[in-house]
Design a protein around this ligand. Structure first.
Ligand SMILES: Cc1cc2nc3c(=O)[nH]c(=O)nc-3n(C[C@H](O)[C@H](O)[C@H](O)COP(=O)(O)OP(=O)(O)OC[C@H]3O[C@@H](n4cnc5c(N)ncnc54)[C@H](O)[C@@H]3O)c2cc1C
Length: 456
């Protein structure tokens, strides 16, 4: 029988804050980017070092509490209501070896910090749409960003992880040590341990030819249909996406876009302006632009391609991957969410995959979605009153209409609610899903690290 430990003992053992729900500072410590996920774990530990993580894990084992991790809360889809939450934002160490191009990235580091530090060395990281997202949580799920066709999944660049496992010991997982765990951590996301540091290979690149074009509502259909045809033969070095936006009438949104329904076409080419201009020309010619920002862009500003929100707020997002799309798909999509439809969705986005995303790393990795051609993301109006029923119903009608194009295999960062058993299962091929479950069983036999659907 385990001996229970008191919160006082834990407080004495760790340098960071240890808070229960009645303590001052608890709400701030647990708060997530998605403000609608209001966490109330039994205890939160704001770890400041690997040693703090070890103590927190030992406390959880002794007190039979499940363990979860939060860096930024960008992945917070539902509220955590029990157990021990480890917040990692204080694990903010970051160093780069310019010779090997390996960045050592602490569990609390956001991509923006990596991009800034890398750029000054003539390097960059293959990241997602938003620099605000945590590097470790994102990469554990694979990670598809604005350079995914030219450079693949972000997890393809992970070279190793250091983590605290369920027995409180510290292990490394890389191409030489604990190879099964390394395979799982590149896309298998959670249920293995607390990652304290990721070793990540940077690429030599400081400038892109990239940005986005906003097209007005009457041009949405023409641009969407033309982009679908264009994307079928797009250059492997070019990554594009389209998003039908219903922008609110907020001061934070530039005046020509505020309160309008638009199509935003994003373009990224990791090369020079002359070649980039040539590659972007067919898209620029599709219709008159309201705004066109495509041009030379420093890699540290990659977040300006998608312009994702940076301020926390309530959020409702779902999505998945699509195998392929065609004009019949466009017809179904526009019938549901074309500019004349009064739907409470602020973003419906399609990202073009393929080229490098189709190619696994030589030693193999767990990431789901290699075979899919496009992503689908549906973001609801940020009104929590709509989250329980209205938005799931609207999104459900859309996904039913486009069911023939939905890929049988998604990827966990785009799978919506990972606590939903069906969405969780589909985030990998059946073989990979089962291999991940077996590896979780080996590394965490008592399921200390709560992850995935409750009965999964
Ligand atoms: C605005 C926005 C833009 C996004 N853009 C993209 C995109 O372009 N491409 C893409 O692929 N995804 C994207 N995502 C999804 C995002 O990658 C995932 O939500 C990711 O999990 C966020 O990681 P985080 O650490 O910031 O979030 P958190 O909510 O802090 O963590 C999410 C999960 O990551 C795991 N995790 C975090 N830290 C650790 C750790 N130290 N050890 C073990 N597990 C850990 C845990 O399972 C945790 O529940 C976006 C999300 C948002 C909200």
């Amino acid at each position: 029988m385990r001996t229970q430990l008191s919160l006082e003992e834990l407080r004495a053992a760790v340098a960071g804050p240890v808070l229960s729900p009645s303590d001052g500072g608890f709400a701030e410590e647990v708060s997530a980017f998605n403000r609608s996920a209001v966490h109330t774990p039994d205890v939160v530990v704001g770890v400041t070092s690997e040693a703090d993580v070890v103590e927190a894990v030992r406390f959880a084992v002794a007190n039979e509490l499940s363990v979860r991790m939060q860096a930024t809360g960008h992945g917070a889809e539902s509220a955590i209501a029990d157990g021990l939450l480890i917040t990692t934002r204080r694990l903010d160490a970051l160093s780069i070896d310019p010779e090997t191009r390996i960045a050592r990235i602490g569990a609390g580091v956001r991509w923006s910090a990596v991009l800034d530090a890398a750029e000054s060395l003539g390097l960059t990281a293959i990241v997602g749409a938003s620099g605000n997202v945590g590097a470790v949580g994102y990469t554990l799920g694979g990670g598809l960003g604005p350079l995914s066709r030219s450079h693949g999944f972000s997890s393809d660049y992970a070279r190793g992880f250091t983590l605290v496992i369920a027995d409180g010991s510290i292990v490394n997982a890389n191409a030489e040590e604990n190879i099964d765990l390394f395979w799982a951590l590149r896309g298998g996301k959670g249920g293995f341990g607390v990652v304290t540091e990721m070793q990540f290979e940077l690429v030599p690149l400081t400038e892109l030819y990239a940005g986005s074009i906003f097209f007005d509502a009457p041009n949405i259909e023409t641009v969407l249909r033309s982009w679908i045809d264009w994307s079928a033969t797009a250059d492997d070095q070019v990554t594009t996406s389209v998003a039908i936006l219903r922008l609110p009438d907020f001061d934070a949104i530039p005046e020509p876009l505020r309160g309008r329904t638009l199509l935003n076409l994003r373009f990224a080419f990791p090369g020079g302006a002359a070649e980039g201009e040539r590659l972007a020309a067919p898209l620029r010619g599709l219709a008159p632009a309201i705004i066109d920002t495509i041009g030379v862009l420093p890699t540290s500003k990659v977040g300006l391609i998608h312009n994702d929100p940076t301020e926390p707020g309530p959020g409702w997002v779902t999505g998945g991957l699509l195998s392929d799309i065609d004009q019949d798909f466009a017809t179904e999509l526009l019938a549901k969410i074309g500019h004349e439809q009064p739907v409470p969705l602020i973003v419906v986005e399609l990202r073009h995959l393929g080229a490098r995303t189709f190619i696994d790393v030589p030693e193999g990795s767990a990431v789901g979605g290699r075979a899919s051609g496009y992503t689908l993301t549906i973001v609801g109006v940020p009104d929590p009153g709509l989250f329980a029923e209205v938005l799931p119903a609207v999104a459900g009608q859309l996904t039913s209409a486009i069911a023939p194009w939905i890929s049988p295999e998604t990827t966990i960062n785009f799978a919506g609610d990972g606590s939903d058993a069906e969405q969780f299962r589909l985030a990998w091929t059946p073989e990979v899903h089962d291999r991940l479950a077996a590896i979780r069983g080996r590394w965490d036999p008592r399921r200390l690290f709560a992850y995935g659907p409750v009965a999964g």
